[in-house]
Design a protein around this ligand. Structure first.
Ligand SMILES: *[C@@H]1O[C@H](CO)[C@@H](O)[C@H](O)[C@H]1NC(C)=O
Ligand SMILES: *[C@@H]1O[C@H](CO)[C@@H](O)[C@H](O)[C@H]1NC(C)=O
Ligand SMILES: *[C@@H]1O[C@H](CO)[C@@H](O)[C@H](O)[C@H]1NC(C)=O
Length: 248
C-alpha cells in the first residue's frame, strides 16, 4: 500500500504551481534582457556535490552542473546557442537552488526548459516556460525575409514657408508609415496610397511641413517587430526661426 501516496505526489507535482519552486512556472522577459529560470528543491538539500542538467525543448543542452564541474569551467557538450550566456548561482547551491540566468535573451530562447536532477531518489524534473517578448526596432541586420528597407523621402513641392514631403516604403507584410517631427510627435498626413510596381506593393504617405526641423518617416512591421526610419532636414527660410536657432 505504498503506491497510493506516490500517485498522489505525482498528480500534485504534474499539475505544477505548488509542487516545488520553479515547476510549471512561466517566465516572461523583454528581448535583450536577462532571464532567471527558477528551479529549487523543496527540501533545500545542498546540491553543491550533485548533478543537475538544464535542457531546452527536450534536447538542447543549456547548462549542466556536476559536483563543481559545469559548462563555464570546462564541461563540454553545451549547445552553441547557450555558450557564454548562461550562469548558475554558486552561493545558492547549498539551499538546493539550481536556478540559472540566461543573458541577453533572444526570440530563439523562447521555449520549454527542463531542470533535471537525474541522480536524485526519486528523480526530480521541473519544467519552466520562457517567453521572450520582441521589441520594435531596426532588424535590418537580422536579414528577416520581407523586412522593410529604409523608406525613401522625396520633396514634391516647396515654397519658403512650407514643403510637401513624400515618403515611400515597401516590405512584406506592407509596413505602416508615419511622419514624425524631431520631438517624436506624429504629423498629420494624407491618406496612405498603395501602388504596385514590378510585382511589389509600395505605400506612400505625404505630409506638408511648415517649420524648420528634422522630419522622419517611420516604417513599421508589427508582425516581425521591425521598425526603420529615414530622416530629412527641412530648413524653411520664410518661417519663424525655432527658439535657440541662429539664422545668418
Ligand atoms: C534561487 O536563486 C535565485 C538567484 O539568486 C533567486 O532569484 C531565487 O529567488 C532563489 N530561489 C529560491 C527558492 O530561493
Ligand atoms: C511549451 O509548453 C506549453 C505547454 O505544454 C505549450 O503550450 C507550448 O507550445 C510550448 N512551447 C514551445 C515553444 O514549445
Ligand atoms: C537636425 O539634425 C542635425 C544633424 O543630426 C542636428 O545637428 C540638428 O540640430 C537637428 N535639428 C533639429 C531642429 O532637430
Amino acid at each position: 500500500m505504498e503506491l497510493l501516496p506516490l500517485v498522489c505526489l505525482c498528480l500534485l507535482s504534474c499539475s505544477g504551481e505548488t509542487s516545488a519552486a520553479g515547476d510549471g512556472v512561466k517566465v516572461v522577459v523583454k528581448e535583450d534582457d536577462d532571464a532567471v529560470l527558477p528551479c529549487s528543491l523543496s527540501n533545500k538539500e545542498d546540491i553543491t556535490r550533485k548533478l543537475f542538467d538544464w535542457k531546452k525543448d527536450g534536447q538542447k543542452e543549456v547548462f549542466m552542473y556536476d559536483s563543481g564541474i559545469h559548462h563555464n569551467n570546462g564541461l563540454s557538450g553545451q549547445h552553441q546557442q547557450f555558450i557564454d550566456r548562461v550562469s548558475h548561482f554558486q552561493d545558492q547551491l547549498m539551499n538546493g537552488n539550481a536556478s540559472i540566468k540566461i543573458h541577453n535573451t533572444k526570440m530563439a530562447d523562447s521555449g520549454n526548459y527542463s531542470c533535471d536532477f537525474p541522480r536524485l531518489q526519486p528523480r526530480q524534473t521541473f519544467n519552466i516556460e520562457l517567453v521572450v517578448d520582441q521589441v520594435l526596432r531596426d532588424r535590418t541586420g537580422e536579414k528577416i525575409p520581407g523586412a522593410a528597407p529604409e523608406p525613401y523621402i522625396k520633396t514634391l513641392d516647396e515654397t519658403k514657408d512650407w514643403r510637401l514631403l513624400q515618403c515611400e516604403a515597401h516590405g512584406d507584410p506592407l509596413p505602416t508609415v508615419e511622419w514624425k517631427d524631431s520631438d517624436n510627435n506624429t504629423l498629420h498626413a494624407e491618406k496612405p496610397q498603395i501602388s504596385d510596381r514590378g510585382g511589389r506593393s509600395y505605400i506612400t504617405v505625404k505630409t506638408t511641413v511648415t517649420k524648420t526641423d528634422n522630419y522622419s518617416c517611420v516604417a513599421t512591421q508589427e508582425t516581425i517587430s521591425h521598425q526603420i526610419a529615414a530622416v530629412t532636414a527641412v530648413r524653411l527660410t520664410g518661417a519663424a526661426p525655432e527658439p535657440g536657432e541662429i539664422l545668418f
